[in-house]
Design a protein around this ligand. Structure first.
Ligand SMILES: *[C@@H]1O[C@H](CO)[C@@H](O)[C@H](O)[C@H]1NC(C)=O
Ligand SMILES: *[C@@H]1O[C@H](CO)[C@@H](O)[C@H](O)[C@H]1NC(C)=O
Length: 350
């Protein structure tokens, strides 16, 4: 559906002057004289309903094919940050190329990621990761066909960036430093760092959404994101007691450390669990194998955007960028925290 400037104009006016009746007449005139598109019709219908609805609820006027409340727009845009990262990490890991070469429009002109590389993967793992990559491209398209979105933020996907996560997880530098791109196991462990965080974000966003359109989209994203997490966890689980060479730690120990780190950074208690747990944390409190993470009822944990920012920035603070997002995440929610920080910084300078 094409942009409809008339629609936007009507709504902007409706906000300024709430003279609903004259506007309704104006809109009716537009409707009968111009070739009315469905969006214009919906706008008119809305004004005729009383005109007050448009001025009471703040609707986003930027996008014309669906009226979403601003809060839904913000909650739908936020996960783009994670989807961009997954798209680039999986696409480069499997195919040695990212969005710039495979789907340049999806970047919306954002800078290319730092340090991302093709991983040394066996054919089956490469095939699975390539599928994940294209699934993420689809997710980017799905979100952007519903909300405007923003350009790809600067991403630091260098080996050092993942090595830093692992060092923080073990609370000491691993020797040699962890290389996510070195082999299947390392790449799967690095991937364990990613879709799960997105999944908890979708669970957290869902109860805050107001419209069926937004809920449908988030349910669809959540389904596939959980599927990816399950595939990764199952592949890792098969090798849970294998040592991650050359380190003296098993794969299960790595997942445990990574999950603990995320719990620590998120600052909202236990929302992340490794592959082998104290049976108290397993399903029904009765089993130590933990191929999927879940709460006491085996329901997925939820996280707020703030918890997610604390984790992906690696700083434990939603207003202190770093980690995978050297310049911070984008969108209204993430930016609001960065602005606070800038303001504090400037206030301190005065
Ligand atoms: C991608 O961008 C190019 C250049 O801006 C444009 O011509 C093309 O229509 C876009 N394709 C899609 C699918 O949006
Ligand atoms: C990327 O992350 C690594 C590890 O934290 C850091 O050493 C490097 O300076 C970062 N690069 C940029 C451009 O931020």
């Amino acid at each position: 559906m094409s942009k409809n400037p008339i629609f936007i104009e009507i709504k902007t006016k409706a906000k300024k002057a709430s003279k609903a009746k004259s506007l309704s007449i104006m809109a009716l005139t537009l409707l009968s004289t111009s070739a009315a598109s469905t969006t214009a019709f919906i706008a008119v219908f809305f004004l005729l309903l009383g005109g007050s609805a448009a001025s009471e609820t703040e609707f986003s006027v930027e996008w014309d094919h669906e009226k979403l409340p601003k809060s839904d727009v913000d909650l739908l845009e936020f996960p783009l940050n994670l989807e961009y990262m997954e798209a680039e990490f999986f696409s480069w890991g499997a195919l040695g190329r990212g969005l710039d070469s495979l789907a340049p429009n999806l970047t919306m002109g954002g800078p290319p990621p730092i340090g991302v590389r093709k991983a040394q993967l066996s054919p089956v793992i490469r095939d699975i990761i390539a599928q994940f990559a294209f699934q993420e491209f689809g997710h980017l398209r799905a979100i952007k066909s519903t909300v405007r979105g923003f350009p790809r933020p600067l991403l630091n996907l260098s080996a050092e960036s993942f090595a830093t996560v692992m060092n923080n997880a073990f609370e000491k530098p691993l020797e040699p430093s962890f290389d996510p791109y070195a082999n299947d196991i390392n790449y799967l462990l690095a991937s364990y760092v990613i879709p799960y965080v997105g999944l908890t974000g979708y669970v957290g966003a869902n109860p805050k959404l107001k419209t069926p359109t937004a809920k449908r989209l988030v349910a669809g994203l959540l389904g596939v994101e959980s599927g990816q997490d399950a595939v990764l966890r199952a592949l890792l689980y098969e090798r849970a007691f294998v040592k991650v060479l050359p380190y003296d730690f098993t794969l299960a120990e790595f997942t445990d450390k990574i999950s603990n780190l995320r719990n620590k950074l998120g600052k909202r208690g236990l929302k992340d669990e490794g592959l082998i747990v104290n049976p108290m944390l397993g399903a029904e409190g009765r089993i130590k194998g933990n191929v999927l993470a879940g709460d006491q009822y085996s329901l997925s944990y939820d996280r707020t955007p703030e918890e997610i920012l604390r984790i992906v920035y690696g700083s434990g603070k939603e207003n202190k960028p770093g980690g995978f997002y050297p310049k911070g995440a984008d969108g209204k929610i993430a930016k609001s925290h960065l602005r606070h920080e800038e303001k504090r910084f400037n206030d301190n300078k005065l």
